[in-house]
Every structure is written in structure tokens, then in C-alpha cells.
Ligand binder design. Sequence first.
Ligand code: THU
Length: 129
Amino acid sequence: MVEKLIDEAIRARQNAHAPYSRFQVGAALESADGRVFPGCNLENASYGLTICAERVAIFKAVSGGCREFLRLAVVADTQREVAPCGACLQVIWELCGDILVIMANLNGKQALSKCSDLFPHPFNPKDLG
Ligand code: THU
């Protein structure tokens, strides 16, 4: 259920470590076998080491051996529903495939898009040869 996944992302957001931007993000990735992997953004004083909530959720899942995914929810305290950044879309596309991306804010706004609609022309790993 979409609302349940958004709730998991809102819960994960509470663990965000965002002392520099003060912009807290939560994510929740649902696997094909029904598990939910939460993630939050984790910033670092060396700013470039920051990792987005979506990638935390994905890396947790994949590093734990999970490979089949259905949906990813992302939530922040924004006016509109928040969308994943381009770097995260590249990672979603490569590690999760063309899953449903649920974008939401804390006030109940939500939008659903396939990854390929948000990111129609990804870098293709097959181009590496
Ligand atoms: N951030 C995410 O967690 N996900 C995104 O898709 C975009 C940005 C985080 C990174 C940084 O900690 C903060 O939001 C501000 O850019």
C-alpha cells in the first residue's frame, strides 16, 4: 500500500543526519518479497561525502542480498512532493530497474511515476562494453 510505504519513509526521515543543509529526507524501498528497507540522508562535514536517503535504502537492500524491487517512496518537508535527485535516479534505474517512484511531502501531497518517466535517458552500463 502506497500510504504504508510513505509512512515508513517518514519514520526513516527522523533518523536523518542533516546538520549542514537541515533538509531531512526519508526513503523506503519495497522488495518483491514484501520487505521494506528504510533510508535517510546522511551528511558529512566533508560535504561531498553526503549520501541521499534513496541510495542509503537501496544500498542497504542490495548489500543484504535483495535484488527484486517494486516501489520506492521518498519524503521531505517540501511544498510540493519531493523528487529523487539525478544521481539517485541513475542508481534506482541500475539497481532496482524501472520501479514505481512515490514522491511525497509531509502534508499528504504525493505523485507516482515510473523511474523511466523521471529519467528517460540514463547512462547505460552496457555502454561500458
Ligand atoms: N537529498 C536526498 O536525500 N535525496 C535526494 O534525492 C536529494 C537530496 C539530501 C542530500 C542532502 O543531505 C540534502 O538532501 C540537501 O541536498
